[in-house]
Ligand binder design. Structure first.
Ligand SMILES: C[S@@+](CC[C@H](N)C(=O)[O-])C[C@H]1O[C@@H](n2cnc3c(N)ncnc32)[C@H](O)[C@@H]1O
Length: 253
């Protein structure tokens, strides 16, 4: 037993340890378990929150001060966001959610593509991000097609069964309640609707992003496997990110 005087120093040291040996992943599908049992507490590393899901430490949320980085001029070239948008195959009239929309980088571009009969639900937990987003979509003349939504960490506040597509760019890894949020997103899709996750490639050490802000395909698929979503494809069109497409199954005819 360490002396009480040493205890604070030991605790601080433990908190600074990297998550080299995260707690074992909870068993994959355990639908009967209450949601809280899906998460574990472990070492809190520099960019994480010390909460683990399927053995992965959840990252801290990017604050509104990161908006400048999201809107940086070189983003299109670095991330080929043009290819990303093309790969979504949006159609006029589509109902889309830009989940974790940030400053609205994708929101107004999607709104342009779905046209005046389409809708974009732009979900955020940070009111200041929603303010930036509102200014962005107004400046681009598409505000009437955009529905800003202030969600909570565990509830996206989306209507059920109405969306053709939900896009999460660089968001999933920082969800504090990934199980609850993904379950709600799956419910918000129409049968046959698509859930698209864009995450920096965790398998690739060359991708210049902090480890907790990247994800591997295996990890994403593991975490999606407990939801009523089927894996469709990993579109390998982006230079640094996975573009993973899942679908809410349509009922068999
Ligand atoms: C790295 S930013 C990406 C923003 C945008 N998707 C983009 O690529 O420009 C992640 C955003 O997700 C938001 N976010 C995190 N957890 C969320 C949640 N549970 N519901 C809605 N938004 C969330 C954060 O507030 C942050 O603005």
């Amino acid at each position: 037993m360490p002396s009480p005087r040493l205890l604070p120093a030991l605790l601080a040291f433990a908190a600074a340890l990297p998550a080299a040996t995260p707690p074992p992943a909870p068993a994959a599908a355990a639908p009967a378990a209450p949601p809280a049992a899906r998460y574990e507490t472990g070492p809190r590393t520099r960019d994480g929150i010390g909460k683990y899901y399927f053995g992965r430490e959840i990252s801290q949320v990017m604050g509104h001060l990161g908006a400048g980085w999201l809107e940086r001029a070189e983003r299109e070239e670095e991330e080929r966001t043009d290819l990303l948008l093309e790969a979504l195959r949006l159609r006029p009239g589509d109902a889309v959610a830009d989940f974790g929309a940030g400053s609205g980088y994708f929101t107004w571009r999607i709104a342009q593509r779905v046209g005046p009969t389409g809708r974009v639900h732009a979900v955020e937990v940070q009111p200041l991000m929603l303010e930036l987003l509102q200014a962005n979509v107004t400046r681009r003349g598409v505000a009437e097609r955009v529905l800003p939504v202030l969600g909570t960490a565990s509830d996206p506040k989306l209507p059920e069964g109405v969306l053709d597509l939900i896009l999460l760019v660089d968001v999933y890894h920082e969800l504090e309640f990934p199980f609850e949020v993904t379950a709600a997103l799956a419910r918000a899709l129409k049968p046959g609707g698509r859930l698209v996750l864009v995450e920096y490639r965790g398998e690739d050490p060359e991708v210049p992003i902090k480890p907790l802000h990247k994800m591997t395909v295996a990890q994403v698929r593991r975490e999606m496997s407990v939801h009523p979503l089927e894996f469709v494809e990993n579109l390998g069109v982006l230079p640094r990110q996975h573009l993973l497409v899942f679908r809410r199954p349509a009922p068999a005819r």
